[in-house]
Design a protein around this ligand. Structure first.
Ligand code: GLU
Length: 385
């Protein structure tokens, strides 16, 4: 019945386990979830108020497919001023960040063309490439520091390579790609006529080092689709709104696809997004400092646990400890959930190099974090025995 491509499409490693945790909660279990990548903080009030006001004003009908003009203007301005990406409103498509990546794959990948994706890397890159008939090929983020390696990338490039997908700060490892790494990727892309999708949704959660946008680098704006969103920055994961910036010809193509699929994003949601960008940005600095404190705390606790080896992430709100005992991570995550009602994501969900790791999303209240880590330590102690 199904198209052949469906045989490659797995359940999302993050959403599946989070669904299991929700089921356990519904059974009355006290589950602590370090699963899905979202913060325990509410969306800023000014954003909620702007969306409510828009609803009261009757902004409940279709709007322009590519996004409200004022929002596209504002996104272009932020992209120029904050990220150094040369762009105007004609370079902006308002669309959910995940959908932005999917649309880009639809538009750029012909059957059998190859996309290089990070390993470990976000769970959906591979499946999105498969979904459009493309072929994902993993490039390793090297152990220990989780950055791509030039020789490894070079070895993967051939005449079928159309795309490199990158994600900095990176999910699940929390590494922040330095400028030289991005320049190296940019040079490979230019030399081999490859397009780049740069997923930068964690750009505001950098604790050490600096975030750089590859599209701001020489000659790269012409071949880069930069994906960003409101979800992670403004704690708006349920609003499903983000954007991409790209050359106008690509925005036109993706805009046509959006016309035939989503039609448009709800205007009142976009008004919330506009308020987020135009309002005080204090929320970003406050959450970053809070996340830095939590990162330090979680890192210290996990590093002290027997059998875990834990690198300090420079960005995001994920931590990705490696464990040294011989249980596949999918099995380990399930045993931890059953043993202690703590949800962690198995590293294998993020690609072969993720095996023997666990991912914890740590943007939690202190008491929840402490209790979750306490239970995790006990569970690991039992499982190792
Ligand atoms: N990106 C987040 C995560 O990795 C949210 C879930 C998803 O969309 O995959 O947990």
């Amino acid at each position: 019945m199904f198209a052949e491509r469906m045989s490659f499409i797995q359940p999302s490693g993050t959403l599946k386990l989070s669904g299991m945790a929700a089921d356990l909660r519904a059974e009355g279990k006290d589950v602590i979830s370090f699963g899905l990548g979202e913060m325990d903080y509410p969306t800023p009030e000014l954003v909620v108020d702007a969306a409510k006001k828009a609803l009261d004003q009757g902004l409940t009908k279709y709007g322009p497919s590519r996004g409200l003009p004022e929002l596209r203007e504002e996104i272009a301005k932020c992209s120029r001023e904050k990220s150094g990406i040369p762009c105007g409103p004609e370079n902006v498509l308002v669309t959910p960040a995940k959908f932005a990546i999917y649309l880009s794959c639809v538009a750029l990948l012909d059957n059998g063309e190859e996309a290089l994706i990070p390993d470990p890397g976000w769970v959906s890159f591979k499946d999105m490439v498969h979904a459009v008939g493309g072929k994902p090929k993993f490039y390793k983020l090297k152990k220990g520091y989780f950055l791509p390696d030039e020789e490894d990338l070079k070895g993967l490039i051939n005449e079928k390579t159309k795309l490199i997908i990158l994600n900095t700060p990176s999910n699940p490892a929390g590494s922040v790609f330095p400028r030289q790494t991005l320049e190296m990727i940019g040079d490979l892309a230019k030399d081999n006529d490859i397009y780049v999708i740069s997923d930068e949704v964690y750009e505001n959660q950098v604790f050490d080092g600096e975030h750089h946008s590859i599209a701001s680098m020489e000659g790269m704006a012409d071949r880069t689709i930069t994906v960003n969103g409101f979800s992670k920055t403004y704690s708006m994961t349920g609003w499903r709104i983000g954007w991409l910036t790209a050359p106008a010809s690509i925005v036109d193509a993706l805009g046509r696809l959006q016309e035939h699929t989503l039609t448009c994003l709800p205007a009142f949601i976009q008004k919330g997004g506009l308020a987020a960008l135009q309002g005080s940005q204090a929320f970003i600095d406050e959450t970053r400092e809070e996340l830095r404190r939590l990162r330090d705390l979680v890192h210290e606790r996990l590093s002290s646990m027997d059998g875990l080896d834990c690198r300090k992430p420079e960005g995001t709100f994920y931590i990705f400890p490696r464990y040294e005992f011989d249980v596949p991570s999918a099995e380990l995550a399930e045993r931890i959930l059953n043993e202690s009602n703590v949800l962690v994501i198995p590293g294998s969900a993020f690609g072969p190099a993720g095996e023997n790791h666990l991912r914890l999303a740590f943007a939690k209240k202190d008491e929840v974090l402490e209790e979750g880590l306490r239970r995790l330590e006990l569970a690991l102690g039992k499982i190792k025995r």
